[in-house]
Design a protein around this ligand. Structure first.
Ligand SMILES: Cc1cc2nc3c(=O)[nH]c(=O)nc-3n(C[C@H](O)[C@H](O)[C@H](O)COP(=O)(O)O)c2cc1C
Length: 249
């Protein structure tokens, strides 16, 4: 069950680029993160995912006290699954005043773990409450109408989900809302400093993050749904990712 308490964290979270080196995570906090990871809700429960928290110095990451290294089986939609799962951790850690940054650029020498492949890392470090986002409306995002077509009573959902984080802030998500159905797409062509061949990888993780934001916002607005993931990514410019059948009360 998605935790509605995370909803408020959508407005508090941000990508931490500067960590206060005088603050340290306690052993209790590290244990709590380990426990929380076990509770993350998968998008696809047949994909094995594990993670390890290591000192930042064990990676190429230049920020944060620790890095959380995420490993996964490479089954269909595994990148969506990683985004969906670990965005829950991003929101949870904001509630605990722990700063986070998804760090796609980061590398580790430990590229395999329990037969699972390294996917991405997240930098972590303790922060002061005042270092989190104060006014989410000021952060750089596309206009709602650019990413969301048709609203039909979902205006607030459309307005909020666009604050999901994405690699290089590419925001490759597009939503078409028709009657009681939401169609979620990824646009293949994005303007970004990312190397072109890396875009599908990172933007698919982003889409998993976005699906979690979307579901959290729907449930917060008392809208239940049935989700269907699209089977195969195609070559099209608009790649179908998921379909939501809404059950309005
Ligand atoms: C999959 C993914 C990879 C990212 N990789 C990096 C990175 O390598 N370096 C970095 O500084 N920020 C990285 N970010 C953070 C984004 O730049 C950030 O989410 C975006 O600019 C929006 O800002 P916000 O998270 O503060 O709302 C990444 C975010 C995601 C979701």
């Amino acid at each position: 069950m998605i935790d509605p308490a995370y909803y408020q964290m959508i407005f508090k979270r941000k990508s931490f680029r500067k960590f206060n080196d005088t603050l340290k995570l306690s052993q209790d906090e590290l244990r709590d993160i380990d426990e929380k990871v076990k509770d993350l809700i998968p998008l696809i429960d047949t994909i094995d995912v594990k993670c390890r928290i290591v000192q930042r110095e064990e990676t190429t990451c230049k920020r944060g006290e620790y890095c959380l290294l995420i490993y996964s089986e490479e089954k269909e939609n595994f990148l969506l699954n990683v985004g969906y799962m670990f965005e829950q951790l991003d929101l949870y850690l904001a509630s605990k005043d722990i700063g986070v940054c998804w760090y796609g650029m980061g590398k580790t020498q430990v590229t395999g773990y329990d037969n699972l492949k390294f996917v991405i890392m997240i930098a972590l470090g303790k922060a002061y409450p005042h270092e989190f986002r104060k006014d989410y409306t000021k952060c750089r995002r596309k206009e709602t109408q650019e990413i969301w077509n048709g609203a039909l009573g979902l205006e607030r959902v459309a307005e909020v989900v666009k604050y999901a984080p994405s690699a290089c802030n590419t925001q490759s998500w597009r939503v078409v809302c028709e009657k009681n159905q939401l169609k979620v797409y990824r646009i293949a062509k994005v303007k970004s400093i990312m190397p072109k061949d890396k875009v599908p990888f990172y933007n698919t993780i982003d889409m998993g993050i976005f699906l979690y934001f979307l579901e959290l916002a729907l449930l917060y607005n008392r809208l239940s749904f049935q989700r269907l993931l699209c089977q195969k990514e195609g070559e099209a410019e608009l790649i179908p990712v998921a379909l939501y059948n809404l059950k309005r009360a």
